[in-house]
Design a protein around this ligand. Structure first.
Ligand code: NAD
Length: 482
């Protein structure tokens, strides 16, 4: 705790020598002096859109350097395109979202009126993760701006070049007392989380999510936690297996598996694991004919994550799993260049670390079931995941599966892409997170939904004052009617 205090009063890297607390206080004072109105929010969204689109090559370069090799198309398609889409969506709907919403006052209060007013909360904090370092830092900012807040951002220190670039981009378009980026290591992040924000949105691991919630509780700061976990896939035997494999592997191998929504493990019918593994080899080789010199294949972020993944395979094999390499031409993939060629694991069980921890890399355990209920029971006996994927064209069966599982979100007959729907709230449940953002859900997350009752000149309540008489008793009998 004392280290955190030092950091709050210590200097925030690159912010003109001010402490984090001073920066926060300045933002709060600025917010109180002029709460952003519709015009300012719209202008800010436009500025954000412009800077992202104008500086896309710099962004691609910074992310590429942080990963030591990140597919250019992945930065553009999976980070910048959805970001631009979310900004356009917010601009289009902002006026409607901001409108006070009239609701019916209770019949007993006739003719009073009721409405919900969406009010900005104040100064919000956003802590991002490294795996999609631009999207995960700037997409919550879109919602925070739309809702009329000031914001402080802390990108991940594991993507330092991107963090510096974000700081530079934001400083170029917004004054520090409105929106600013703070860079620094985990101790800066811890100090950041201890500021008395009006809301704090964190993206990262479940382990650090608990620390964030603990720090926020000191200030009773409400949190949105976007965490991780093991997102399962179940494939029904009637579903065309090749199509399932193509969709699963494409999603699994984006960013070399370093995706919070990546399918973590797959359940197939007990008659299919060998076929699934063989098709996975075919598909992986079509997607990536080579590995070490292939700029389409992203590298693992650092050596320790590379070693963690290698350790999963060694541990699983030592406990009886079969490792099936999915790539050809994988010689030269090593912890120096951090190219990790994908591997499927058959005959896995829960004694293996790979089935206990979020994989966050290109390893795909394949589980089997005899009856669909057995696979569902396994999923339901484990922590509630961020995402769940089910492959089946039978709508009734799919609907039943949706009813009987709880997860942050679902894509049926594909993976990951529910995140790219601007009209769907995005967020985990239980250990995979709490709260939602994106689109209107994000606008609400960063707004106070203030309930307002407007009493009329004539009020029925004036008949219900003491001294109570027969009329009051009649009203009570009516209210408590059976
Ligand atoms: P992480 O938890 O290690 O770090 C996330 C952020 O927390 C970083 O910015 C870091 O600076 C900060 N941090 C570290 N220690 C802290 C502390 N003591 N107090 C406050 N902040 C601290 O996560 P990561 O390795 O960057 O990301 C991987 C994890 O994030 C995976 O579990 C993944 O599933 C999850 N994730 C979730 C989503 C989502 O949208 N739900 C998206 C991407 C990643």
């Amino acid at each position: 705790m004392s280290a955190i205090r030092e950091n709050i009063t210590g200097q925030a890297a690159g912010s003109g020598g001010s402490t984090l607390r001073e920066l926060f206080d300045r933002q709060r004072a600025a917010f109180h002096s002029a709460v952003p109105d519709y015009a300012k929010r719209l202008e800010s969204l436009k500025s954000l859109e412009e800077v992202v689109l104008e500086r896309q090559s710099e962004i691609v370069r910074a992310v590429n350097e942080d990963f030591g090799g990140r597919a250019r198309q992945e930065t553009l398609l999976l980070e910048l395109a959805p970001l631009a889409d979310l900004i356009r969506h917010a601009k289009r709907h902002l006026a409607k979202w901001m409108k006070p919403r009239k609701v019916r006052a209770g019949f007993n209060f006739f003719p009073a009126k009721a409405q919900i007013i969406y009010q900005p909360l104040g100064v919000v904090g956003i802590i991002g993760a490294w795996n999609y370092p631009v999207f995960l830092t700037l997409s919550p900012l879109i919602d925070a701006i739309a809702a009329g807040n000031h914001a402080m951002l802390k990108p991940s220190e594991l993507a330092p070049r991107t963090a510096e670039l974000l700081k530079n981009m934001i400083a170029a378009i917004f004054p520090e007392e409105y929106i600013l980026v703070v860079t620094g290591d985990a101790s800066t992040a811890a100090a950041f989380a201890s500021l008395p924000f009006d809301h704090l949105l964190f993206t990262g691991s479940t382990r650090v999510g608990k620390l964030i919630m603990r720090a926020a509780s000191e200030n009773l700061t409400p949190v949105t936690l976007e965490l991780g976990g093991k997102s399962p896939v179940i494939v029904h035997p009637d579903f065309p297996l090749r199509t399932a494999v193509e969709r699963i592997l494409t999603g699994k191998l984006y960013n070399a598996g370093q995706t919070c929504l990546a399918p973590d493990y797959v359940f197939v019918h007990e008659s299919q694991p060998e076929g699934f593994a063989q098709l996975s080899r075919d598909v992986a080789q079509c997607l990536y004919p080579t590995w070490t010199k292939n700029s389409d294949y992203t590298r693992i972020i650092n050596r320790s994550h590379y070693d963690r993944l290698t350790g999963y395979i060694e541990d699983a094999v030592a406990r009886g799993a079969r490792a099936i390499p999915l790539g050809n031409n994988t010689e030269g993939c090593n912890s120096e260049n951090r190219v990790f060629a994908p591997v499927a694991l058959l005959d896995v069980d829960d004694s293996m670390r790979v089935m206990q921890e979020e994989i966050f890399g290109p390893i795909l355990p394949v589980m089997t079931y005899r009856k669909l209920e057995d696979a569902l029971k396994y999923v339901n006996d484990h922590p509630r995941p961020l995402a769940f994927y089910y492959f089946d064209y039978d709508r009734d069966r799919a609907a039943e599966i949706l009813r009987s599982t709880v997860s942050g979100g679902v894509t049926v007959n594909d993976v990951i892409f529910h995140i790219a729907q601007n009209n769907l709230p995005f967020g985990g449940v239980g250990p995979s997170g709490m709260g939602h953002y994106h689109g209107e859900a994000g606008f609400h997350a960063f707004s106070k939904q203030k309930g307002v009752l407007i009493q009329s000149r004539f009020s029925m309540l004036s008949f219900l004052r003491p001294p109570y008489g027969r009329f009051t008793d009649r009203v009570i009998r009516f209210l408590l009617r059976k």
